[in-house]
Design a protein around this ligand. Structure first.
Ligand code: ZN
Length: 311
């Protein structure tokens, strides 16, 4: 008789724990969809990340009322132009942080983070604050309250907020000049709404020298010019996007390449959920640069020498 009771009980316990696990997976899935991650990222979720995603799901749901109120705002180009005018009038446009002549003859290094905000943005910002370093974030569109906080932290802590397309879906943004323009306007308006800052720097997904655009990149550059947006490529890649096999030590080594030989070095780094090694590399990278003679780390401003790939 005890066995007859025990077996169903054990089955119940097993089923209950499986249901909890599945619920957590569902929460993680929902969170990541809300946070704008693609489903492929979900399979990479493990341990801490899965916990965090589940936490985000609850938080996002509880704040959803505010988010939907935000999304009710009028959209479109005209709205954006009005907002630009207003921002100009109000003096809200981001100002230069460094004068043009102050750093003449100094090796200038720009740390640039693509693809954020992510679950690591706060870690990156904490490290930058610890070393009193300003960087540049080329962000994409993530329309949720947790990301709003991260966009605002970037701005409030004196970093440069740049654009990296709203969707980061190559097929869509590079389909035509019109679709590229629509995506850029959408992101620009979104970031202005969220932060009060009108971003004016851009990094093309894949860089301006990408081989995937269906549209002549010169046309897209002309479009950015017409909008007063300056684009930046990079002249050093940390390699942090080239797979999880890249160690923090390798990232540092790659990122430091040739800094002493150049006046301007723009380093490509990433702020994404799958790039914990970047976060781990950051303190060592900053320390190594700060130890170099006559070298300074700066955020991108109007005074920064543009770095363009040849297209
Ligand atoms: Zn990217």
């Amino acid at each position: 008789m005890p066995v007859m009771v025990l077996i169903p009980c054990l089955i119940c316990v097993c089923l209950a724990s499986r249901v909890t696990g599945l619920e957590r997976m569902m929460d993680a899935r929902e969170a990541y969809e809300e946070l704008g991650y693609r489903e492929s990222r979900l399979v990479e979720l493990t341990g801490y990340e899965a916990e965090y995603a589940a936490h985000c799901a609850g938080l996002t749901r509880s704040l959803k009322g505010d988010a939907s109120a935000e999304s009710d705002k009028e959209t479109g180009e005209e709205y954006l132009r009005e907002a630009v005018t207003k921002a100009d009038t109000d003096g809200d446009v981001q100002v230069n942080l460094v004068s043009g002549t102050e750093w003449d003859g100094v090796h200038k290094v720009y740390l640039t983070f693509d693809d954020g905000p992510s679950i690591y943005t706060d870690d990156i910002l904490d490290i930058l604050a610890e070393y009193d370093v300003k960087a540049t974030f080329f962000v994409i569109g993530r329309d949720n309250p947790i990301s709003y906080d991260r966009y605002n932290r970037i701005v409030e802590e004196g970093h440069t907020l740049g654009m990296h397309s709203y969707t980061h879906v190559y097929d869509e943004i590079y389909a035509s000049t019109e679709s590229f323009a629509a995506d850029t306007l959408r992101l620009r308006q979104f970031l202005l709404d969220v932060t009060g800052v009108m971003p004016r720097f851009y990094r093309f997904p894949g860089g301006s020298s990408n081989n995937v655009s269906a549209t002549d990149m010169h046309d897209l550059v002309d479009y950015l010019d017409s909008e007063g947006i300056v684009y930046f490529d990079w002249n050093v890649s940390s390699g942090d996007a080239s797979g999880s096999s890249m160690t923090s030590e390798q990232i540092i080594q790659n990122a430091l390449y040739g800094i002493e030989d150049r006046e301007t070095t723009v380093i490509l780094l990433h702020d994404t959920a799958s790039k914990w090694t970047t976060v781990r590399a950051l303190p060592g990278l900053i320390e190594a640069i700060q130890a170099m003679d006559n070298t300074v780390i700066l955020p991108i401003t109007d005074d920064t020498t543009v770095i363009h790939h040849s297209i």
